[in-house]
Each structure stands twice: as structure tokens, then as C-alpha cells.
Ligand binder design. Structure first.
Ligand code: HEC
Ligand code: HEC
Length: 204
């Protein structure tokens, strides 16, 4: 009886431990169905649309996407367009949508201004010690693919979109980041923000 009980205890502990991972897994097919309405701006293949301020979602970390959708819904991250788009999504929908976009392939971009990208590369890879800016690659990875679940992919993203996000972090308009990016962007100049956004767009 005693052994049986402890086997049960171990089994239920194991279930508790794996439950969050399973939930974070998400269902790609269900996510694809829910994402049909998103294609107009984020692209049928998740690679964005006509406006460079509409971010690419293809290849982004599933958990990061689910978190952003939840933040748009609670208003922790403010955007008038996205607030309306997420109003009827459940937590499960958000996880499924995250899994769907994570399964798509991002089309790599290319930096258009080589000189600007060079300054961006310096900041991305080495930070700016004088200003206390950490190297971006320590959290977003040497190739910008991010580190799941918390650190998003930034490589291949539209430069205009990343530029807008960094300026929003700097001004505190976007502050759903646990104070990490707001502190970093606060210490960056607008020129450095532009440069690193240009560099990340061509990184892959
Ligand atoms: C009318 C255009 C439009 C539609 C439709 C739309 N979005 Fe967006 N989405 C945007 C814009 C613009 C942003 C950037 C907001 C900002 O600047 O902070 C965004 C941002 C996002 C982000 C954050 C990306 C990141 O890298 O942080 C996610 C995730 C997202 N949208 C998912 C969706 C999903 C899922 C749907 C469908 C249910 C959807 N969007 C429909 C325009 C749209
Ligand atoms: C200590 C870890 C850390 C460092 C260092 C860091 N980031 Fe981030 N970054 C994050 C986290 C965490 C988020 C996501 C916040 C959230 O959940 O909304 C983020 C988000 C971003 C985003 C928004 C992505 C999107 O899709 O909307 C951009 C752009 C970005 N970081 C660029 C940079 C740049 C450029 C640097 C270097 C100057 C940098 N980061 C350094 C942790 C970091």
C-alpha cells in the first residue's frame, strides 16, 4: 500500500511538473484557424504586410507571442489596433496562435544602410559600456533568434517596427518588459536605436 501511494505521489508530481510545458506547446492547426484574420497585416506566411510597422511574427518564440497577446488584452501593452484584435481570444487561443507563428519560417531581411548597420553591429554585439548598455546578444542571441521563453527573436524583423518599439521602451510608452528593455533603451540615443534596428533587420 505504501509503495503504491508513493508511486501515485510521484506520478502526480510529474503531472504537475509537465502540465505547464504541455500548455505552452499549443496546437498549430487550431492556431492557424484563429490567425486567419491576422493575415491582412501580419501576412499569410507571418512575414508582415504592406506597412513596415506591422511586425513579422514568423519564427517568433511561441511563449513570447502568447505573452504579448495577453498583455494587449489586459492593456499592459497598449496598441489601439491590437487591443481590438485580441479582445475575444482565450488563453488557449493565444498559446495556439503562438505555436502556429513559431512554426512558420521568417524571410530574412537585409540592412539597407551599411554604415548605420555597422554602428548597430557594435552595439548589438558589444553594448555601450560607457552608457551602461548591455550587449543585446547576451539575451537575444548572437544570431538574434532569442532565447525562449522570455527573450524574443529580433533578427530579420522590420527595422521600422523595432525602431518604434525601442523608442517606445525609451519613452516608457511600452513598459510590459519587467523593466529590462525600458532601462536599456533609456540609455540609448535615437541614433543608436536607429542603427541597431537597421542591423537587426539584416541579421539571421
Ligand atoms: C490591422 C492590422 C493588424 C491586424 C489585423 C492584426 N495585427 Fe497584430 N499588430 C499590428 C501592429 C500595428 C502591431 C505593432 C503594435 C506596436 O507597435 O506595438 C502588431 C503587433 C502584434 C504582436 C506583437 C509582435 C511583437 O513582436 O511583439 C503580435 C503577437 C500580434 N500583433 C499578433 C496578432 C494576431 C494574433 C492577430 C490576429 C488575431 C493580429 N495581430 C492582427 C497590426 C495588426
Ligand atoms: C537582459 C536581457 C536583455 C538585453 C540585454 C536586451 N534585451 Fe531586448 N528584450 C528583452 C526582453 C525580456 C524583451 C521582451 C519584453 C516583453 O516581454 O515584452 C525584449 C524585447 C526587445 C524588443 C522588442 C521585440 C518585439 O518583437 O517587439 C526589441 C526590439 C529589443 N528587445 C531589442 C534589444 C536591443 C537592441 C538590445 C541591446 C541594445 C536589447 N534588446 C538588449 C531582454 C533583453
Amino acid at each position: 500500500m505504501r509503495t503504491r501511494l508513493s508511486v501515485l505521489a510521484v506520478a502526480s508530481l510529474w503531472l504537475i511538473m509537465i502540465a505547464p510545458t504541455q500548455a505552452a506547446g499549443g496546437n498549430v492547426a487550431a492556431g492557424k484557424a484563429k490567425a486567419a484574420v491576422c493575415a491582412g497585416c501580419h501576412g499569410v506566411d507571418g512575414n508582415g504586410g504592406a506597412d513596415p510597422l506591422w511586425p513579422k511574427l514568423a519564427g517568433q518564440n511561441a511563449d513570447y507571442i502568447a505573452k504579448q497577446l495577453a498583455d494587449f488584452k489586459t492593456g499592459k501593452r497598449k496598441d489601439p489596433i491590437m487591443a481590438g484584435m485580441v479582445a475575444n481570444l482565450s488563453k488557449t487561443d493565444m498559446q495556439n496562435i503562438g505555436a502556429y507563428y513559431a512554426s512558420l519560417k521568417i524571410k530574412p531581411g537585409a540592412a539597407r544602410d551599411a554604415q548605420l548597420a555597422k554602428l548597430g553591429e557594435k552595439i548589438y554585439r558589444g553594448g555601450n559600456a560607457k552608457m551602461g548598455v548591455s550587449a543585446c546578444m547576451s539575451c537575444h542571441g548572437p544570431s538574434g533568434h532569442g532565447i525562449p521563453p522570455h527573450f524574443p527573436k529580433v533578427s530579420g524583423q522590420q527595422a521600422a517596427y523595432n525602431n518604434k518599439q525601442l523608442l517606445a521602451f525609451k519613452a516608457g510608452h511600452r513598459d510590459n518588459d519587467g523593466d529590462i528593455m525600458t532601462r536599456i533603451a533609456f540609455r540609448m540615443s535615437e541614433q543608436e536605436i536607429k542603427a541597431v534596428s537597421e542591423y537587426m533587420s539584416g541579421l539571421h
